[in-house]
Write a new protein. Structure first.
Length: 223
């Protein structure tokens, strides 16, 4: 469910240039010890303007970034061209639909969602996570998902659009279209084709500590 509001967001908002510590920790724990990092192929769905893709390129992994926004993919490509001129030898960028991934089964060693799947309703999100499970390798392929919790700032504001879904008028998602906020009990149903390895909560305050932004950090494994 691609929301065209994100084209405007990517065109007009300066985005983070570097990955979060949680994404770095996930990659480091699982793949830093592999002798040939280029043999590890990682997919990020909804890669946006490419902070995580830049990091994967810098660290020597093979990677694919897919996003519905032509602007975001163009921004990612421009940065990679500038900093890693040979990136296409082990990387790929694609404008596409994350609900129907254009890759064969068992293609990737890991799949990542960094605040992308939440832009879809519950049923669509299940299909996206199912697709992520399809394209990751069985017997140990990894999932990383970072998504807003059901009590994060912005939930319950603006127009309601379904179960735990809103067009928020407050918080970091204000003006960014549709948003689904995830309850803890939702997670096993959302990522039903992965074994959950860990679920952690990351929170911080804003507006002089009067508001709290809260996210789940979910790590899974394909049986």
């Amino acid at each position: 469910m691609w929301d065209p509001v994100w084209e405007s967001v990517f065109r007009n908002q300066v985005w983070g240039q570097y990955p979060g510590e949680e994404q770095i920790r996930f990659i480091a724990r699982n793949f830093y010890r592999v002798p040939d990092r280029s043999s590890i192929r990682i997919l990020e769905v909804g890669c946006g303007p490419g902070a995580n893709i830049w990091y994967l390129a810098r660290e020597g992994f093979s990677f694919v970034g897919i996003d519905g926004s032509e602007t975001a993919i163009a921004q990612t490509r421009e940065r990679l061209d500038r900093e890693f001129p040979d990136w296409q030898k082990r990387g790929e960028l694609r404008v596409g639909d994350i609900e129907s991934l254009p890759y064969s089964d068992a293609t990737f060693d890991a799949v990542m969602d960094v605040e992308a799947v939440y832009c879809n309703d519950f049923a669509t999100s299940i299909r996206i996570y199912d697709e992520m499970a399809r394209v990751v390798k069985p017997g140990g392929g990894k999932l990383f998902s970072r998504t807003f919790t059901a009590n994060s700032w912005g939930a319950g504001t603006g127009e309601q659009a379904g179960m735990n879904c809103w067009y928020p008028t407050e918080g970091p998602l204000s003006g960014k279209g549709f948003a689904r906020f995830t309850a803890l009990d939702d997670i096993p149903n959302l990522i039903r084709n992965f074994t959950i390895l860990s679920i952690e909560r990351m929170s911080w305050t804003s507006e002089a500590r009067s508001q709290k932004v809260s996210e789940w950090i979910i790590v899974g494994e394909k049986p």
